[in-house]
Structures are given as structure tokens and as C-alpha cells.
Design a protein around this ligand. Structure first.
Ligand SMILES: C[S@@+](CC[C@H](N)C(=O)[O-])C[C@H]1O[C@@H](n2cnc3c(N)ncnc32)[C@H](O)[C@@H]1O
Length: 418
């Protein structure tokens, strides 16, 4: 008989659906243990309150299953008035649960695919059990939990709480849903190109240029270390020094020692150990080119950028005499601006292809959130100088009569290849 069937059989001995009965102390403890330790059906358990005249060191303890490095663990989140501590247990889960059951909590609620269990204690300390139908089927639940997200409430609760996305009781805050989606979309898009799980066992260095508030930098670090078990060293670089100090303090508080934040311009950034992965998301104007140039010159394996505002090429286009047949395209300022954006990114993608990177351009954040929603993803695959890409590049340059900023940045050695 499976643990689940035994749990149900045990439960039926004590009570029937939605009926409250009193139960022997040992029965309810055994029932709770069986429900929580059954990874096929367990959803969540909440221990809260204090029995009359007793005291418990936490306001609430929440237990939930989480998948870490491909294995289901039990995550215990201990909440008191001021802070919370989250621990993930595998082999120790049963003994940690026994410790919890020894405390005089007033209410215990178990949500499970095998049925929900509520235990409340009377003023005299007598356990009263009730049972209700499962609120969701286990199939629905696993679909709901993951929704194809790489970081979610189950595998990333400590991180999502640390960046203010998840509430203390494990729900995504309404005003942070967009950020939550953006983080997951970013991870999915980068992982599709970099295939990070293939790096497990070999260290990987990543630089995130123009990291700003660091949400995505931290997310990437957490995903690599805690979910995939990749030995990644991540550096965030930004010109905002106060922000970098705050992010350093945050990473120290989290105890994450393989992530660092440096203040400075992308163009000035130097390192003795070139990173395998270069990222630049919405770094302003030519800062994206600074990042791309660094990645190409370091021969980084993966380069990913989401361009932001682009003015440099527009200034060149404004001086060029364009064919009359394009007059309508440039009649309205917004067309002119967008044409500048498209050309800038087309040149960037073209240069990456010439340098031997298999490159694609995809949508990053949905268009309703920002018009700056492209992502250029590149992975080094071949030798530089493919004639097809060189030819395309030269024709585009000659048609528009412009020289991309990235070409000028790259320096003579690389310019010869274009
Ligand atoms: C729009 S924010 C994007 C932040 C983050 N990458 C994201 O996508 O959430 C752009 C960041 O790039 C930084 N930045 C712009 N130009 C830079 C440069 N040349 N060197 C370093 N940081 C730069 C800004 O300070 C800002 O924090």
C-alpha cells in the first residue's frame, strides 16, 4: 500500500469528510507526517498560533516541497515577528518535522492532493481534526506551480523573497508580477542560447553590464547555483556607485560569495579572466556597443544584449542624403527613430555573425511594456569572416552611407574582418 493510501486509510479511521472529531495525539501526528512526507501529493503545510498557556518560538512555520537540482526537498520557512529563516531539507526532513510537531502550535493545516487536513487544539489542548476535499488536483497543481518558469515559488522562494517579489507566506505580490515574468523570460531566453546545464562541472564567469538594480543579475546567479548547480561567478557592472554598494550589501546578507558588483563604465572595465558570458540588458545607447565590443574582443562564448535607446546612428542618418523613394519613411520623426533603431540592431547582429557567432534576434519583454523589447543572442560557433555576412554588411553600409559605432569600437584587428 502506498504512503498516500495509507495516509487516507489512517485519516478515514479518525474522521470522515468535513466532519470534526477528536483524535488521539499520536494519530494526528502520524497522519501529518504521512501527508507531508508523501512527495506525490503534498502541497503545503502551515503551523501557526500557540496553544493556551504555551509558547512557540515562531509566529508561523510553512513547509512546502521544492525541487532543487532535480530532487524534491522540503522547504521549512520559520517566521517570527521580525524575520524569517528558510531551510531546505532532504534526508533530515522527517526529523525536522518531528521537531516541529513537538511544539504546541494551535493550528496545523495540511494541503495535499490526497485531501486537506486541519488540526485545531481546544482550550484544553485536545486535537480536533477535520478533513476536506483537495482544493486542487495534483496535476493542476504542478502545472500551476511551474507554468514553465525556471524560477518559481517552489525552487526560488528565498531569492524571490529577498528581491521583494514573494510575500512572506509564499505568494507573488500583485505589483511584482511583471518583474517576476521578466526575470523568468530573461532566464529562459539566455538559457536557450547558453544551455547552462551543460556547464555543470566547469566554472563559468559572467559579466552583466549595466546591471542596474540587479534583479536579473541575482536571478541568474540563483538559477545557476541553486537550481542547476553550476559553479558560476557573476559580476555586475554599473556607473551608479550607491546602487552597487547596496547590491554588495545585499549579496553579503544573502551569503552569496560568487557574485560581485563593480562601479564603472563598461568601456573602462578590465579583467584578467575574460568571461565566457557577456550580458547587457537595456544599457543606454552606445553602452550596448561597449558591451558587445568587450564580448567580441574577449572571444566570449555567449553574448546577449537587449538594446535600449539608440541615438548615435540617427545622428549619422540625419546627415545622409537618402533616395527620394524613402521620403515617406523619413517624413515622420517616429519612423526616422525606429529606422535608426532597426538599422543599429541589424548592424550589431551582422557584426556578431561575421565574428563567428550564431546569432538570433527575438522579442524580450512584451511590446505593451516597452518598445525597447528586442534581444540579440549570440553564441560563438565558427571562425570569423564568413563571406556571406561580410557581403551583407558591406552592402547595408554602402546603401545607408553610415558606419556603425560598434565597428569603430572594435579596433583595427577586427575591422579588417568586416
Ligand atoms: C535601464 S537600466 C537596466 C538595468 C538592468 N540591466 C535591467 O535590465 O533591469 C540601464 C542601466 O545601465 C547603466 N549604464 C548605462 N550606461 C552605462 C555605461 N556606459 N557603463 C555602465 N553602466 C551603464 C545605467 O546606470 C542603468 O543602471
Amino acid at each position: 500500500m502506498s504512503i498516500r493510501s495509507r495516509a487516507i486509510r489512517g485519516a478515514e479511521r479518525c474522521y470522515s469528510l468535513n466532519v470534526i472529531l477528536s483524535c488521539m495525539n499520536s494519530d494526528y501526528r502520524q497522519l501529518i507526517r504521512e501527508h507531508i512526507l508523501d512527495t506525490d501529493t503534498f502541497i503545503r503545510a502551515v503551523f501557526s498560533g500557540e496553544q493556551k498557556g504555551a509558547s512557540v518560538p515562531w509566529v508561523r512555520v510553512v513547509v512546502r516541497p521544492v525541487e532543487l537540482k532535480g530532487q524534491v526537498h522540503w522547504q521549512f520557512s520559520y517566521f517570527d515577528e521580525k524575520k524569517d529563516i528558510t531551510k531546505n531539507y532532504l534526508d533530515e526532513a522527517a526529523s525536522k518535522l518531528n521537531e516541529l510537531l513537538a511544539f504546541p502550535f494551535r493550528n496545523i493545516f495540511i494541503e495535499s492532493g490526497a485531501g486537506n487536513i486541519q488540526v485545531n487544539f481546544s482550550k484544553k489542548g485536545k486535537p480536533l481534526l477535520s478533513r476536506s476535499k483537495p482544493s486542487q488536483s495534483v496535476t493542476d497543481l504542478s502545472h500551476d506551480r511551474h507554468k514553465d518558469r525556471l524560477l518559481h515559488e517552489e525552487n526560488a522562494a528565498p531569492f524571490l523573497q529577498a528581491v521583494g517579489i514573494l510575500t512572506q507566506d509564499g505568494r507573488i505580490k500583485a505589483d511584482m508580477r511583471r518583474k517576476y515574468k521578466q526575470i523568468n523570460e530573461f532566464l529562459r531566453l539566455v538559457d536557450e542560447t547558453a544551455s547552462f546545464s551543460a556547464w555543470a562541472g566547469s566554472p563559468i564567469r559572467i559579466v552583466d553590464f549595466g546591471c542596474g538594480s540587479g534583479h536579473l543579475t541575482f536571478a541568474l546567479y540563483y538559477y545557476l547555483h541553486e537550481v542547476l548547480g553550476v559553479d558560476a561567478h557573476v559580476t555586475g557592472v554599473d556607473i551608479k556607485s550607491e546602487l552597487m554598494s547596496r547590491l554588495r550589501a545585499k549579496s553579503e546578507a544573502l551569503g552569496w560569495d560568487q557574485i560581485e558588483f563593480q562601479t564603472g563604465y563598461i568601456s573602462d572595465y578590465q579583467t584578467d579572466v575574460p568571461p565566457e558570458v557577456v550580458i547587457a540588458l537595456h544599457a543606454c545607447d552606445t553602452a550596448t556597443d561597449d558591451a558587445l565590443a568587450k564580448g567580441i574582443q574577449w572571444n566570449s562564448k555567449v553574448i546577449v544584449c537587449a538594446p535600449c535607446c539608440q541615438h548615435e546612428l540617427q545622428a549619422q542618418l540625419a546627415k545622409v542624403e537618402l533616395p527620394d523613394s524613402l521620403a515617406s519613411v523619413f517624413q515622420d520623426g517616429i519612423f526616422f527613430e525606429r529606422m535608426g533603431d532597426i538599422l543599429t540592431d541589424a548592424f550589431r547582429a551582422n557584426i556578431l555573425r561575421i565574428m563567428g557567432y550564431r546569432t538570433d534576434v527575438t522579442q524580450f519583454v512584451p511590446i505593451e511594456h516597452t518598445a525597447k523589447n528586442l534581444m540579440i543572442r549570440a553564441i560563438r560557433k565558427s571562425q570569423p569572416g564568413n563571406e556571406k555576412w561580410v557581403e551583407q554588411y558591406r552592402r547595408l553600409k554602402s546603401f545607408w552611407g553610415v558606419t556603425p559605432y560598434l565597428e569603430r569600437l572594435l579596433g583595427e584587428e577586427y575591422k579588417k574582418k568586416l
